[in-house]
Write a protein that binds this ligand. Structure first.
Ligand SMILES: C[C@H](CCC(=O)NCCS(=O)(=O)O)[C@H]1CC[C@H]2[C@@H]3[C@H](O)C[C@@H]4C[C@H](O)CC[C@]4(C)[C@H]3C[C@H](O)[C@]12C
Length: 324
């Protein structure tokens, strides 16, 4: 399971949790403007926007999981198993393999509006990167500081949803996720009043009872409601430290601890990493399951005119600050 979210204070923040039972060996990767991007069904792109994000690099190719570009557009892929359906390449369309989708959008679009124009001609193809890395069944969130959308390629074709809550998890399809929020409209960060019966003197006996009924389990629909409730009611200062800290707290509401979600053979799903990108400044912050100290990489400190990928292996192991 995974959860992605957007958050706006003075700057615009975009990030996700990556929940899984193993890691593909990801690292933070900057693709500079002159890295020659080869696409299966399109011309090689020699010049483009620079991108920073989490990726598994295979044969010098950045297979991004989530990323933002230097114009402040963010995009992430999350599991959509059993619902995602891709097609063969067709003439007259922009045929893009799913592993190319994040860079294809981010290297050439500055805004969601521009991405929408590209999406109108898009056909997501079933090509795999290679035999060892089969096609991942995903859906995607794309966001800038103005708007957020979700893209799902399903049996009926490609669907583009407006996402007014700025959160995405996994199954079921996004329309159903959004609809289930109707079931929770009575939840509140405020102290509850007795609407149960005027004949009973019911009272609130603990803080937090306004959100009684907020689902606490790790299923994707429950994480969706929990992340939306936390994000929509979130209050923080505007500074970078306050915003980043609050962003990690929002995603902390849906993180997974080893042992609570068994996936078989003594394996458990955990929050492998959590990311928070300041999309305006191009700073990628992350924590990992093994290292809860926030680590940051600022793309503006690198030579973005280059033609080689710039890779940052994740800092692992708890960094505990001894105070005495
Ligand atoms: C497993 C990841 C999604 C995590 C997630 O959503 N978990 C939820 C589990 S559940 O079903 O909802 O229970 C996805 C997100 C991005 C994916 C990777 C990216 O798409 C990049 C390449 C794409 C290649 O086709 C496969 C390897 C891969 C390197 C992918 C491996 C894996 O499928 C990743 C890492």
């Amino acid at each position: 399971m995974c959860t992605a979210a957007v958050y706006k204070t003075k700057d615009f923040y975009f990030g996700r949790t990556l929940d899984y039972d193993f890691s593909y060996g990801e690292e933070v990767v900057i693709t500079p403007r002159s890295y020659a991007f080869h696409f299966r069904n399109a011309e090689v792109m020699e010049r483009h926007y620079a991108v920073i994000g989490m990726a598994h690099v295979e044969g010098d190719y950045p297979l991004y999981y989530d990323a933002v570009n230097e114009r402040g557009l963010g995009m992430a892929g999350l599991n959509f198993v059993g619902n995602a359906q891709y097609r063969k390449a067709v003439q007259g369309k922009d045929n893009v393999a799913t592993f190319e989708f994040i860079p294809w959008i981010l290297v050439q679009c500055a805004t969601v509006r521009e991405a929408r124009e590209r999406l109108a001609r898009l056909n997501l193809t079933e090509d795999s990167f290679n035999r060892d890395l089969p096609v991942a069944q995903l859906h995607w969130i794309i966001a800038d500081r103005e708007e957020t959308i979700v893209i799902e390629a399903v049996k009926e074709g490609m669907k583009i949803y407006d996402n007014p809550v700025g959160v995405l998890t996994n199954n079921p399809p996004f329309g159903q996720q959004l609809f289930q929020l109707n079931n929770y409209m009575q939840l509140s960060p405020k102290e509850p009043r007795n609407h149960f019966s005027e004949k009973l003197s019911l009272r609130s006996y603990s803080r937090g009872m306004g959100a009684l009924g907020l689902p606490g389990d790790l299923s994707s629909p429950s994480r969706f409601v929990r992340a939306v409730f936390t994000k929509m009611n979130s209050v923080s200062g505007n500074s970078e430290a306050e915003s980043v800290s609050q962003f990690f707290h929002i995603l902390g509401s849906v993180e997974q601890q080893r042992g609570c979600c068994e996936v078989g053979d003594g394996k458990y799903e955990i929050t492998v990493y959590t990311s928070c990108c300041n999309a305006d400044k191009g700073i990628y912050y992350y924590t990992t399951y093994e290292n809860r100290q926030i680590t940051a990489i600022d793309m503006q400190k690198e030579d973005l005119e280059g033609n080689q990928l710039i890779k940052f292996p994740l800092v692992q192991g708890e960094q505990i600050k001894m105070q005495n």
